[in-house]
Design a protein around this ligand. Structure first.
Ligand code: 1HE
Length: 265
């Protein structure tokens, strides 16, 4: 385990495990942590096929470090927010896909960080909140774009205005989570999913992570055009040719049919 300040980093085969490691402060995200996260994401993108972001201790993250934030001038606040945007964009639209394994508090900037990952898996007991209204601030880590798209602007406004806290079951129904795991099982579930993702063609993983969010920003016509380019590019790669041949020769792994094969959740 090669530790960096406030972040742990471990390469487990093709999977980079990135742990938020400020448990005494509930993994509140200060400048040092976000900078260490940037380095970890960059390293993972160079040597892993997929990354999993999780929190050490009892919580994923209590969000922005409020002690540090209290000291910022307006222009420093803009630079701070733009730095988070750049790092979280590197997670959402980087070279490899990322998952987040969530437990305990997933609050404010912690929820924004999770929203930047492609797949969110949470323990049953995890809880989700955006107490920005109560704190007199606004989201600054991309939440008004990413979280609002996932759960809708109406739900996000409710959480920010009233301080409503969602359970994992509610967050799954609200479209924030793709998976809810038994207590303590989210990280293992995320690693299991990551291992499957690592077996995909890297170019497909890249296309899925990068093209999908961008296509959501395009018009219908431009989206379809972009899709055709991605489809042609991936399908003509040597990796795709080999995998399609494997399927036709009945040498590839079959899809798990619900009710007949292994559990899909
Ligand atoms: C912190 C932070 C923090 C804890 N910044 N220090 N985020 C929030 O508004 C969430 C604030 N935190 C909480 O509501 C609670 O800490 C938790 C529900 C997450 C956890 O409760 P608990 O009882 O386990 O811990 P605690 O006793 O409240 O906190 C333990 C220590 O962590 C304590 O420090 P200590 O030195 O007194 O031991 C807390 O001060 C510290 N701590 N959370 C700084 N957030 C890019 S914009 C994003 C905008 C936002 O993220 S707004 C949401 C901010």
């Amino acid at each position: 385990m090669a530790g960096q300040s406030d972040i742990t980093y471990e390469l487990d085969g093709a999977i980079a495990l990135i742990g938020l490691d400020r448990p005494a402060k509930r993994n509140a995200i200060n400048d040092a942590l976000v900078e260490a996260l940037r380095r970890a994401v960059e390293r993972a993108s160079g040597e892993a096929k997929v990354g999993v972001i999780f929190g050490h201790g009892d919580h994923f993250s209590a969000g922005l470090d409020l002690a540090e934030h209290a000291e910022r001038t307006p222009i420093e606040g803009i630079h701070h927010s733009r730095k988070w945007h750049a790092i979280f964009d590197g997670i959402e639209r980087g070279l490899i896909p990322f998952l987040s394994a969530l437990h305990g508090a997933v609050v404010g900037g912690g929820m924004e960080l999770a929203a930047a990952t492609q797949i969110r898996v949470a323990d049953e007991g995890a809880f989700f909140a955006l107490p920005e209204g109560q704190r007199g601030i606004f989201v600054g880590g991309g939440g008004s774009v990413r979280v609002a798209r996932l759960i809708s602007a109406a739900r996000m406004a409710d959480m920010m205005l009233t301080g409503r806290v969602l359970s994992a079951a509610e967050a799954e129904r609200a479209n924030f989570l793709q998976y809810v795991a038994k207590p303590g099982a989210a990280l293992d579930k995320a690693k299991d999913l990551a291992a499957r993702i690592a077996r995909n063609a890297p170019l497909s993983n890249f296309a899925i992570a990068n093209a999908l969010p961008r296509i959501q920003d395009l018009s219908h016509d431009d989206g379809l055009f972009f899709e055709s380019l991605m489809a042609a590019m991936t399908q003509t790669s040597p990796d795709a040719q080999a995998r399609l041949r494997e399927f036709l020769d009945k040498r590839s792994e079959r899809l798990a049919v619900p009710g007949r094969d292994r559990e899909t959740r």
